[in-house]
Ligand binder design. Structure first.
Ligand SMILES: NC(=O)C1=CN([C@@H]2O[C@H](COP(=O)(O)OP(=O)(O)OC[C@H]3O[C@@H](n4cnc5c(N)ncnc54)[C@H](O)[C@@H]3O)[C@@H](O)[C@H]2O)C=CC1
Ligand SMILES: O=C(O)C(=O)COP(=O)(O)O
Length: 629
């Protein structure tokens, strides 16, 4: 029966993103030396009135008395009001326009400011309940005309007098709005918190709504978005850069953050009700975590590596996984170059000795980078970038990769890891973290390296057997090592670190900072947030690492049905039969499959019965299904 309801909206901080009196104060006090102090007094009075601390009428007259207000000031704010519609109100203009006869605006503010906004929303002038200011002949505001709104419980009384038909739904951010329901003038009260959130008001409400989309969703009405973004929870762990939080919040989503990684058990607890999870290299997103995730649609690795995420288990549940494959590549490469020079010159030990007060000037064992052979294991994005920089510095580069890779510059591919180890003065590991790479470098591989050669690991901790490496370093077989990643890394900066490599000479240990530069973190945040938004808002899976990649434009003038299914014969045919049976008119369709999953995107004419979509869920092989509009 939602269609029959009358929707009553507060004005300040609900339909618009400002408080009238504060905005008028800004205009009237422009350039005045008293401005700050008067503004603060007005804001205090507003807050006290909004939380029900002092009667509204008293607060209004006291605030007006503080301002040298003129008609010109009112005209200015009236002109500025419409552009300051609250974002979700603007998104849902059709709701207001289509139901204008069922919308009322009730406000302790002033008719003159509200009228242009009401007009933009299509709400007739006689549906504005507001105060009228009184002016003298010179256009100075002298006060406010007598009105029931100024009395205690004024909004409730004014609404009752209107005798509105059907259920009355009150929407507002202030205490006087909560009173409307408490006094029996409304059947439901929603605390509207998109602009400001007041605990006492939320506590008195039937529900909190962070946007008009959410209101419409709870009222069973179709809004601008198929599912209100402010109800979509995003949980970003491991200190993801604030640029991502800002980007996702600005797009209307609800974002929570945590500094460190969570243990599997803690993540199993926290993942409930979360629609999007953001992690970095540490949080293990296992099948158990995915099983506990009742709402999860996507996971973003705000880094390159995705070995911490069970990609198959995610695909099997229709959960899309994204990463940022190139944003920290250069940072890792620069660190590898720097560490190589530092190892060749024994910089770390010499510096530590200086800090102890020891001066040890000597060339013994110190070598130039020029002319040395660098062996790169894993010639992907990082390995090949390193190849270019190392050659530019005069190194000879050889590499080994499991797959065919284009050799850059004069770099030479090696037929095997063993061949590479035998020829390299410096070995740098840049393989991915797949399980098969566990102990890729163990005692036997270390024994194949040239005596005194150096080892760098900036890939994943489990790729090197650190016990074997400690032994090889201790015996002098290996000349030095720079290790950035460890089999057991602390979850947060507050946790202790231990390793058999601690205390060994010419061993540089860094706390997994290969990708930790400001540039890289910001670039990752922007890239990964953009991928998430593209997926959530239009179904685009470009750069998705576990579902078929489909590049899509924004839906316009149509509804988009996104269907993720197991790649088995006949799904598309069955899906289209179900669409036809439901009377849906297909405007466009894409299908992309990989060996395990299929992804079908169907744009349909908006004119259909949403109940008909239920049939699509029962198509055999369906893993996930959602609509966008
Ligand atoms: N220390 C840090 O902060 C960072 C570490 N990383 C790590 O670096 C890894 C590599 O990154 P990208 O180069 O961007 O990945 P990528 O996927 O472009 O390259 C990895 C390459 O390693 C090859 N490979 C895998 N196993 C191999 C093996 N056993 N032998 C020879 N080649 C093998 C692959 O075929 C691929 O060409 C990431 O997966 C991540 O684990 C990435 C960024 C920062
Ligand atoms: O990008 C990667 O794969 C990394 O290893 C960087 O990890 P981090 O984001 O520093 O936890």
């Amino acid at each position: 029966m939602a269609d029959a309801a009358t929707y009553v909206f507060d004005f300040d901080s609900t339909l618009v993103d400002f408080e009238t009196l504060e905005a008028l104060a800004d205009i009237a006090l422009e350039g005045s030396s008293e401005a700050e102090a008067v503004r603060a007094r007005i804001a205090r009075l507003t807050d006290r009135a909004m939380t029900g601390d002092i009667p509204f009428g008293e607060a209004l007259t006291r605030r007006l008395a503080l301002l040298p207000l003129t008609h010109a000031h009112l005209e200015r704010l009236a002109a500025e009001a419409e552009p300051r519609l609250t974002a979700s109100v603007r998104r849902n203009l059709p709701f207001f326009r289509e139901r204008a006869g069922r919308v009322v605006i009730v406000s302790g503010g002033f008719r003159e400011i509200i009228a242009p906004v009401a007009q933009a929303l299509g709400v007739p002038a006689d549906r504005i309940i507001a105060n009228d200011l009184t002016l003298d002949a010179d256009g100075h505001v002298t006060g406010v005309a007598d009105s029931p709104l100024l009395e205690p419980l004024g909004k409730a009384a004014a609404l009752k007098a209107l005798n509105l038909p059907g259920p009355v739904v009150m929407v507002g951010d202030g205490w006087t709005d909560a009173e409307v329901k408490a006094e029996g003038a409304a059947d439901r009260f929603y605390a509207f918190t998109e602009v400001v959130r007041r605990e006492r008001v939320v506590a008195a409400a039937d529900a909190e709504v962070r946007s008009v989309d959410e209101l419409l969703h709870l009222e069973g009405l179709a809004g601008r978005w198929s599912y209100p973004r402010s109800r979509m929870r995003m949980l970003l762990l491991e200190n993801v850069h604030p640029a991502a939080v800002e980007r996702l919040q600005a797009a209307g989503y609800r974002v929570e953050t945590a500094k460190g990684a969570l243990s599997e058990d803690a993540l199993v607890e926290r993942i409930k009700g979360v629609h999007v999870l953001g992690v970095r290299s540490k949080s293990q997103v296992s099948a158990r975590v995915l099983d506990a995730a009742d709402k999860l649609m996507a996971v973003a690795a705000f880094c390159i590596g995705t070995n911490q995420i069970d990609l198959d288990a995610a695909a099997e549940r229709g959960v899309a996984v994204f990463n940022a494959p190139y944003s920290n590549t250069r940072s890792v490469v620069e660190l590898a170059v720097g560490l190589t020079i530092a190892l060749l010159r024994d910089v770390a030990d010499k510096s530590a000795a200086m800090h102890r007060g020891e001066w040890n000037k000597s060339a013994a064992g110190a070598r130039e980078l020029r002319g040395k052979t660098l062996g790169i294991v894993g010639y992907g994005a990082i390995g090949s970038q390193l190849s270019v920089l190392a050659e530019a510095l005069g190194m000879r580069v050889i590499f080994h990769d499991l797959t065919e890779r284009l050799a850059l510059g004069n770099a030479r591919p090696m037929p095997s890891l063993e061949a590479l180890l035998a020829e390299s003065d410096v070995v740098s590991l840049h393989v991915d973290g797949r399980t098969a790479n566990t102990a890729l470098i163990g005692a036997s591989e270390l024994s194949r390296m040239k005596p005194g050669a150096l080892l760098l690991n900036l890939s994943r901790g489990h790729v090197v057997d650190v016990g074997a490496l400690a032994q090889a370093l201790g015996s002098g077989r290996i000349g030095g090592a720079a290790i950035d990643v460890f089999p057991d890394e602390p979850a947060t900066n507050a946790d202790p670190f231990d390793s058999p490599l601690r205390g060994l000479p010419n061993v540089i240990l860094t706390p997994h900072i290969g990708g930790s530069t400001e540039e890289a973190q910001e670039a990752i945040a922007e890239f990964a947030a953009e991928r998430l938004l593209a997926y959530l808002n239009r179904g685009d899976t470009t750069f998705c690492v576990n579902l078929p990649n489909v590049q899509l434009a924004e839906v316009s003038g149509a509804h988009r049905i996104l269907h993720i299914h197991r790649n088995q014969p006949g799904v598309l045919a069955e899906l289209n039969r179900a669409l036809a049976a439901a009377g849906l008119n297909i405007l466009g369709q894409h299908l992309k499959t990989d060996e395990r999953t299929g992804y079908v995107i169907t744009d349909v004419d908006r004119d259909y019965d949403p109940a008909a979509l239920k049939a699509l869920r029962s198509v055999a092989g369906t893993l996930r299904f959602r609509t966008l509009h």
